[in-house]
Design a protein around this ligand. Structure first.
Ligand code: TEU
Ligand code: CA
Length: 538
């Protein structure tokens, strides 16, 4: 069985993980310093958000040199030490592969700007103006037109993200080969694989306004696989916001030699107004969340593979978003962990999720750092939105919520830095921090540690089938896993009120619970707010 099928991956956002040289910016030496903590948690793969050279227009997702480490994070020697030290602890390093676009400061784009006949010109997407304006009405994910005018050549170039992130032209075979060479440069360093940024964008056909799931997308991924991954024992996970269970199978069916798995985002988009954006808020309907997970657990085909996540560096913290980050912070954080980690697929833990970190609201846009948030604020204020409404959207869905520095202890700046942090920690760091969690056997940390142990010890969690229970219940999320004659049941009350249900005519022992109950009477099951537990049914 592939190693990543019973792996648990921890995502590090390096800028906010651990600073060791007092510049207020997390660095590679900081990650090395915290590897024993990750080992204690029990994870065996570490997805590292980009640490390459970058002007940081989009915090490293705008790469200006794929083969150089950004000096803020350290040196290539630090990188080699991190790979080796992680490997000593049984942890593989998963790098972030951002090949839909580069930074405009990448040498390829600097060359392309020199003129239409430059050999690198066609590494990017250039079009003549139409009616003295952009070639079409494609928009950027970060606001405004997806086309930026270049005075010198009188042409526009495409950027689906910021104007400092010009899209690469995947039609160009020479460019593709340079990307594959870069991938092998990193694979030859003994990394464990890649997370692939917006990989569903690389087949785009801009003239037909096709951005995702383009006609050649899978051809390119299969060509990439043939030139790189296939020759190594690595894990690849594609970030595919437009995935459906049908096309998910195209990516992760091993017979197709593409990727190990993908991140799908259907559950992540359930609390936005249909057809609008994540900023247009809508309450989550638990029944929809259950249906979505059930679909992904049962419809991608037995040859394919799921990823499982609540959080990443682009999403708000799940405890604040869908749990209760006040009186039931610990219970709801544990309930979400128990629900996710007993499903089929590779679970991902975003840094700080394992200690139940919550969102960090801002009161003024000057406190924001993320380009997506700042552009959204300016765009909506200009078009007449009330400031409080825009700040409410930002505090609910903004990406800075995930990117606040990790609180390691109750010392100044939570032990994240001895200097001024690049962005403030949540003020609750004196009570919510790693040291406090390690000192408290009832903390969220030990629930994550136990869940990771259960996955390692019980094949049913890796190979068992999934069946949703109580599909129409608006408060209870329950499902069962089955492998051979073994059956486990997971039950969670995702409400802040006590719920009573009659499930079956017996008493059962909990394998794990987020309260201190050990025995449950299923005939007259009383569930406290956010109470979640797992029991072996047969
Ligand atoms: O994110 C892709 C992406 O579409 C997100 O920006 C998403 O639109 C938004 O964050 C949430 O609605 C990837 C990276 O994860 C993100 O950090 C980068 O900003 C983006 O690609 C460009 O590289
Ligand atoms: Ca630093």
């Amino acid at each position: 069985m592939k190693w990543w099928k019973d792996a648990v991956v921890y995502q590090v956002y390096p800028k906010s993980f651990q600073d060791t040289n007092g510049d207020g910016i997390g660095d590679l030496k900081g990650i090395i310093k915290r590897l024993d903590y990750l080992k204690l948690l029990g994870i065996n793969a570490l997805w590292l958000s980009p640490v390459y050279k970058s002007p940081n227009d989009d915090n490293g997702y705008d790469i200006s040199d794929y083969k150089k480490i950004h000096p803020d994070y350290g040196t290539m020697e630090d990188m080699h030490e991190l790979i080796a030290e992680a490997r000593k602890r049984g942890i593989r390093l998963i790098m972030d592969l951002v090949v839909n676009h580069t930074s405009d400061e990448h040498e390829w784009f600097q060359e392309a700007l020199k003129g239409k006949d430059n050999p690198y010109r066609d590494y990017y997407v250039w079009r003549d103006p139409v009616n003295d304006g952009p070639p079409n009405d494609l928009v950027s994910s970060f606001g405004g037109s997806a086309w930026e005018y270049d005075e010198k050549s009188g042409q526009y170039y495409l950027h689906i993200f910021s104007r400092k992130q010009p899209d690469l032209n995947w039609e160009n075979a020479t460019m593709r080969k340079e990307i594959y060479e870069m991938i092998n440069f990193w694979l030859d360093k003994g990394i464990g694989g890649f997370r692939m940024d917006v990989i569903d964008h690389i087949g785009k056909v801009p003239d037909e306004k096709i951005v995702v799931n383009g006609p050649k997308l899978h051809d390119y991924i299969q060509e990439m696989n043939e030139a790189t991954f296939r020759h190594y024992d690595v894990m690849t996970v594609g970030e595919t916001w437009a995935a459906t269970p049908e096309n998910a199978a195209l990516y992760s069916d091993p017979d197709r030699n593409e990727l190990s798995m993908i991140f799908q985002f259907e559950h992540i988009m359930l609390d936005e107004q249909p057809g609008k954006t994540k900023w247009d808020l809508e309450d989550l309907q638990l029944v929809e969340l259950k249906q979505t997970f059930s679909k992904w657990q049962t419809q991608i085909g037995e040859n394919s593979w799921n990823s499982l996540f609540w959080n990443n560096h682009d999403t708000p913290r799940v405890v604040s978003r869908w749990g209760n980050d006040k009186e039931y912070r610990v219970e709801s954080a544990k309930a979400f962990a128990i629900l996710l980690h007993n499903m089929q697929g590779t679970p991902y833990i975003f840094q700080g999720e394992e200690i139940g970190l919550v969102n960090t609201p801002i009161t003024d846009i000057s406190q924001a750092n993320d380009i997506e948030t700042i552009n959204l604020y300016n765009e909506r204020i200009e078009s007449g939105y009330a400031k409080d409404d825009v700040l409410k959207s930002i505090n609910t869905k903004g990406r800075d919520n995930a990117r606040r520095p990790i609180p390691w202890n109750d010392e100044t700046q939570g032990g994240f830095t001895k200097g001024e942090p690049w962005q403030k920690l949540n003020e609750n760091y004196e009570t919510i921090n790693v040291e406090a969690a390690l000192d408290d056997k009832a903390s969220v940390f030990y629930t994550y540690q136990k869940l990771i142990e259960l996955r390692k010890e019980h094949e049913i969690l890796v190979k068992g089938s999934f069946k949703l229970l109580l599909p129409d219940d608006p408060q209870i999320f329950a499902y069962e896993r089955e492998l051979g004659n073994e059956k486990w049941t997971v039950i969670a009350n995702l409400s802040d009120t006590e719920q009573t249900r009659s499930i079956a005519d017996k008493n059962v022992q909990a394998l794990i619970s987020n309260y201190d109950e050990k025995e449950y009477d299923l005939t007259d099951l009383k569930l406290k707010p956010y109470e979640a537990f797992v029991f072996r049914n047969e």
